[in-house]
Design a protein around this ligand. Structure first.
Ligand code: EPU
Length: 427
């Protein structure tokens, strides 16, 4: 397992292009299971999670081709297996998304239960309940969800909690169901809208994606489509924070600024100057220290939980004290223990972190625990005094396209070293 070494240094400056969104690319790739025609999906980010989903789709019998511009052609004419095994689902929970489309097109699916992860227990009860409402017979047996159905039937489904992949799974199941499905209290995330846009191009009849009520009139069959994945709003936000906390200046290109408004508002409140174009954002850090900003995560369009760790870091070196409340996941504060080891002053009380800014963090060996926590620790290393060694960075490779290259392009001093780096150094 490689590690990263980040050296605290000067301001990050320059321009970078934002990659396609991981959490939009995954469901769009999976929806190729709904048709026997070829899907062409472009703007795919180069990430481990994408490789995992390709492995899963390949095991199901989907033929995949990737070109050097990261465009994928997927053809699911010869699906000969409906099982998503534990070893793939446990590394990437989004694998649960094959449940809806397999059931809708083939009438059966077996998907390993994902189990808990570093940010919370993350059950999939809403996916199961929704599919049962559409007529699926589901049992949970030996760690697997086993689902069967003749043709699914449209239904009115109320989601007790707003769930992004839950909404996506049900949308993909309902597009081939008989009759009309209404998903109430649906997730409004841009990734849900992107999936709906792709399904519509395939011939699905969907209305209301982006609102909390999505109506789907089932059709008999779907065709192939060409689809370009939206930009990654969390990658965009992460780079803006990197520039802000390092006292730098950045232009991020190929973004959809309207999808990161909650994050841009908080950056302005912290004292950064922003200029916003149609598909770019320019940020200049304030001359003095950033100001601490209160954060409360919640489903879109509110402040995203996937940017919480980065803003805990911003607050930990800002002027003043701020509270950060995490309302989406019950255990998404592992980065705080690591930031404290770097000198951050953070008190944790249930789902609230009280962060009192310090002037400088100090380098320390730290361990990444999940994807966004690892991004936070990498950025912390770039502004701390000295060299920070970040272990378990496989998490970051799951979700950030070439992060060291992009940061280096902005002037960061960061390098990847092999797992036995420290032993070799002291030998
Ligand atoms: N929940 C349930 N039951 C369910 C489904 C969800 O209780 O059946 C709960 C969850 O435990 C959580 C809340 O509902 O407390 C919201 O979870 P949601 O289902 O929305 O999360 P998700 O769909 O599993 C996606 C992203 C996450 C992102 C969240 C929230 C993908 C592949 N993943 O997860 O992204 O944090 O929505 O926006 O789209 C990441 O990229 O680092 C990441 C974790």
């Amino acid at each position: 397992m490689d590690k990263l070494i980040a050296t605290g240094g000067g301001p990050l400056r320059g321009e970078i292009r934002i990659s396609g969104a991981k959490n939009a690319a995954l469901p769009v790739m999976i929806c190729s299971l709904l048709t026997s025609e070829t899907m062409t999906i472009s703007n795919i980010p180069h990430l481990h999670d994408i490789t995992t989903i390709m492995e899963l789709l390949g095991q199901l019998g989907v033929k995949l081709q990737v070109d050097d511009k990261l465009t994928i052609e997927a053809n699911a004419t010869e699906v000969n297996n409906v099982v998503a095994p534990y070893h793939l689902v446990k590394t990437m929970r989004a694998s649960i998304l094959v449940l809806g489309p397999l059931l809708a097109r083939f009438g059966k699916a077996e998907v390993s239960l994902p189990g808990g992860c570093a940010i919370g227990s993350r059950p999939v009860n809403l996916h199961i309940k929704g599919l049962q409402a559409l007529g699926a017979k589901i049992t949970v047996d030996r760690g697997y969800i086993r689902a069967r159905a003749n043709r699914l039937r449209g239904a009115r489904i109320f989601m007790d909690l707003i769930s992004v992949t839950g909404t996506e799974n049900l949308m993909m199941a309902a597009v081939l169901a008989e009759g009309t499905t209404v998903i109430e209290n649906a997730a409004r995330e841009p990734e849900v809208i992107d999936l709906a846009r792709c399904l519509k191009t395939m011939g699905a009849d969907i209305h209301g994606a982006g609102s909390d009520e999505i109506t789907i009139h089932g059709v008999q069959r779907l065709g192939g489509a060409a689809h370009r994945v939206i930009p990654d709003r969390i990658e965009a936000g992460t780079f803006l924070v990197a520039a802000a906390i390092s006292g730098g200046e950045i232009k991020i290109k190929d973004v959809k600024p309207q999808q990161i408004e909650a994050v841009l508002d908080k950056l302005r409140e912290a004292g950064a100057s922003l200029e916003v174009g149609d598909d770019w954002v320019h940020l200049r850090a304030p001359r003095g220290r950033l100001k601490a900003v209160n954060i409360r995560t919640a489903p879109y369009p509110a402040f995203p939980t996937d940017m919480q760790a980065q803003f805990v870091l911003l607050n930990s070196i800002a002027d003043g004290t701020a509270t950060v409340v995490e309302t989406v996941f019950e255990n998404r504060f592992m980065h705080i223990h690591e930031l404290r080891r770097m000198g951050a002053n953070i008190q944790l009380d249930g789902n609230t972190a009280v962060v009192q800014g310090v002037r400088k963090l100090q380098a320390a060996p730290v361990m990444a625990t999940d994807l966004r926590a690892s991004a936070c620790l990498v950025l912390a290393g770039l502004i701390a005094d000295g060299e920070t060694l970040i272990d378990r960075i496989y998490h970051i490779d799951r979700g950030y396209h070439c992060i060291e290259e992009k940061l280096s392009q902005l002037g960061a001093v960061i390098r990847r070293v092999p797992r036995n780096y420290l032993e070799r150094k002291s030998a």
